[in-house]
Structure formats: C-alpha cells, structure tokens
Design a protein around this ligand. Structure first.
Ligand code: OAD
Length: 250
C-alpha cells in the first residue's frame, strides 16, 4: 500500500479533522515560500527589517510598499489543485456530518478563492489593512495603494493586517484553533516547515492528544518523525489523489 493510500485509509475513518497549511501549499500557484534557500522570501529579505512593528514604525513607506507589492503579486496568482482538493474535502466531510477546520499560516487568500469556508487565518491577511489609530479594518483598499503609507480616514495610516514577529496571533483565530485541536481525531500538516510557533505546536498538541497525524511536504521537517504517515511530494499533486481516495471510501 502506498503512503497516500495508508493516509487515506486512516483519515477516511476520522470525523473531526484539522488541517494546518503553510507557504508550500501556495508554491505551485507561484507564491514564494519563506525558507527556501534560493527563492524564499526570507532568503532575499531580512524579516526584522520588514516584518516587525518596529520596522513599520521606522520605515512605514518601505514596509507598506513591500506588503502592497506582495498583495498585488497574490492577486495575480490562482488557487492550485491542492487548494481545490482541500475545499472539496471540507464539503465531503461536512456532508457526512463531520467537522473540518482549516488553519492556515498563509496570508494570500487562495484557500478562500478555491472555495474553502471559515478559514482560520493564523497570521492575518495581506488583503486586509488596519488603521493604526482605530483598528478599523478594510479589505477594499485600491490596488496599488496610491500612497505609502496610506493615510486612514481617522488620521492614522493603514498597516497590513499581518501578524508580525513579536505580535500575538489574532485572539479569535487562536481560540478557534485550540478548540478544534482539543476535539479533533486527525491532524494534517501540509506545506509548512513547522518551525514557527504557536502554529506548529498545534500539530504536536493534536498528536499528544492522540489524533491520527499526516504530513505532506517536499522535504522532512521537525515533525516528520512524529507523524503517523509522512508523505513527500507536492501538495498540488498529493492532495487531489488523497482526497479522491477518501471520497471513494464513502
Ligand atoms: P516555509 O517557507 O517556512 O516552509 C514551506 C515548506 O513548504 C517547506 O518545508 C517546503 O519544503 C514546503 N514546500 C515547498 N513547496 C511545496 C509543495 N509544492 N508542496 C508541499 N510542500 C512544499 O513556510 P511556512 O511554514 O508557511 O510568518 O512559514 C511559517 C511562517 O513563517 C509564515 O507564515 C511566515 C513566516 O515567517 C509570518 O510572516 C508571520
């Protein structure tokens, strides 16, 4: 039996499934990952100069422009078969009366564009910007922004709705993740290097609680040895096959 078949057999019996996705899921859509040695975002840019509240305070023009360019890039990308397979899987689990929670570290909105519902965005979104003065959020800012940083109507400026290094996860996202992890019987980690907490710790927590665990990644990660089935491959190829087998199980 192949690893994908083994994973499908175990996951098909589960009623409450938590998925954690990372940048690898969007790689086949053309969105760069973070830690790839050559093409990763953090191979070309220092996160401390761009992805912290201090960086934004020091260089608001540079930081807003960089995030706005990333926003424009993802708007030119389309969901790939991996995103679509996850949306299909959610529908199937829902129609069978089960629970399916999609936690993502991605900020590109591609899961939603593929049709996934109720996506828990642990690290915020590139598409939503927030007034520094009032906290009011807007997802309809012009693209590209006419000014960097863009002034808000209330006398502040708009910052990207991203969770920066040194910031807490959005409270609602964190509590939804913990509630789902507490009751799930399966956890699947896909396309993430599993090195950024607390997101990565959600997977190990579920494993500690006894959930069936599967990983899909191009390369080994710190959790590969801990999961029940570790599949090496592209999520855009593995997920459609995995979900097809789960659906066939009925
Ligand atoms: P990383 O760049 O750290 O890891 C991406 C993972 O995806 C790697 O392990 C790759 O091997 C794998 N991968 C690449 N292409 C793949 C494919 N087609 N199919 C399957 N796997 C593939 O990205 P994340 O784990 O998402 O946070 O990074 C976590 C967080 O660190 C990000 O959300 C971001 C970053 O700093 C913030 O900006 C707050």
């Amino acid at each position: 039996m192949s690893l994908i078949e083994q994973a499908a057999e175990r996951l098909g019996k589960c009623r409450s499934i938590v998925i954690l996705t990372g940048a690898g899921v969007s790689a086949e859509s053309g969105v760069p990952t973070f830690r790839d040695a050559l093409t990763g975002v953090w191979a070309r840019h220092d996160p401390m100069q761009l992805a912290t509240p201090e960086a934004f305070a020091r260089h608001p023009r540079l930081v807003s422009r960089w995030y706005d360019e990333r926003r424009q890039n993802v708007s030119r990308c389309a969901p790939n078969p991996g995103h679509h397979a996850l949306a299909d899987w959610q529908r199937v689990v829902g129609s069978r009366g089960g629970a399916f929670t999609l936690l993502t570290q991605n900020v590109d909105g591609l899961h939603q564009r593929a049709g996934s519902d109720d996506v828990v965005e642990l690290h915020g979104s590139l598409l939503t910007w927030r007034c520094t003065k009032t906290g009011r959020e807007r997802s309809d800012l012009p693209m590209p922004l006419p000014e960097y940083p863009m002034p808000s109507e209330e006398g502040g400026v708009y910052r990207p709705g991203i969770v920066w290094f040194g910031e807490m996860l959005p409270r609602r996202a964190q509590s939804r993740a913990l509630s789902a992890i507490g009751v799930c019987d399966a956890v699947v980690s896909i396309g993430t290097s599993a090195v950024v907490d607390p997101a990565a710790s959600f997977v190990t927590m579920a494993i500690d609680f006894g959930a069936v665990s599967v990983e899909v990644n191009l390369e080994p990660t710190p959790i590969s040895e801990r999961v029940d089935v570790s599949i090496r491959g592209r999520s855009g190829e593995v997920l459609p096959e995995l979900v097809k087998l789960i659906v066939q199980q009925g």
